[in-house]
Design a protein around this ligand. Structure first.
Ligand code: PRP
Ligand code: URA
Length: 212
């Protein structure tokens, strides 16, 4: 795959260990959901490295000191329904004050084009850093459409966080939105003829919510 400046592939042994469990057909809903949450927490640590901070004064038992804490009202995460929902609690573990917006999107099974069916975003989101959450970046169509929707609402500082990506999806998203930083835990081989990531993990929404 071509190299893009706005793409970070974490490829971390501790995350890869968890992804191996996630991929397995023998991993069932409860464990699948917990591992998605854990991986998201680990990814949050990396993707939020440059989160805005503010200075505060803290009194220790010995003296006063200036410290930095995360700024308030500065970040919104936007899960793409359904599967992105599984990542929200993973972000909140490290960043409990992150606001949450929701974008509902499903892929048309024939055309693979994203169809938006829901959008509810926090007031003032245009002033916040927004992080789109979706475990799967396949053709990149859903992520590109979600980001276009955020831009339409005036958002300027936008990131994408996905667990597994196909090269096709990364290329599409990085080209369509070169201003968006993309964080991916692992890059897989390719898409199959139905737009599923290989080796992938199957349908993330179905595996998270037990619908098949
Ligand atoms: C899955 C996944 C992404 C999308 C990725 O959602 O959660 O949103 O496909 O594919 P793309 O990169 O080719 O757009 P799906 O459409 O299956 O909806 P669901 O989460 O409700 O199952
Ligand atoms: N959506 C999924 O849930 N899995 C894929 O492999 C591709 C799209």
């Amino acid at each position: 795959m071509k190299k893009f400046d706005n793409v970070t592939i974490l490829d971390h042994p501790l995350i890869n260990h968890k992804i191996a469990i996630l991929r397995s057909v023998d991993t069932h809903t409860k464990d699948f959901r917990e591992i998605v949450e854990e991986i998201t927490t680990l990814m949050t640590y990396e993707a939020f490295k440059d989160v805005p901070t503010r200075e505060v004064e803290v009194v220790t038992p010995l003296e006063k000191c200036a410290q930095r804490m995360v700024a308030e009202n500065c970040v919104a995460v936007v899960p793409v329904l359904r599967a992105g929902l599984g990542m929200v609690s993973g972000v909140h573990t490290l960043f409990p004050t992150a606001k949450v917006g929701h974008i509902g999107m499903y892929r048309d099974e024939q055309t693979l084009q994203p169809q938006e069916y829901y959008c509810k975003l926090p007031d003032g989101i245009e002033k916040m850093r927004t992080v789109v959450l979706d475990p799967m970046l396949a053709t990149g169509g859903s992520a590109a459409a979600a980001i276009a929707q955020l831009k339409k609402r005036g958002c300027k500082d936008i990131r994408q966080m996905s667990i597994i990506a196909a090269p096709e999806g990364v290329e599409k998203l990085a080209t369509a939105h070169p201003d968006v930083k993309i964080y991916v835990a692992v890059l897989d081989r390719c898409l199959n003829e139905n737009g599923y990531i290989l080796p992938g993990l199957g349908d993330a929404g179905d595996r998270l919510f037990g619908t098949k």
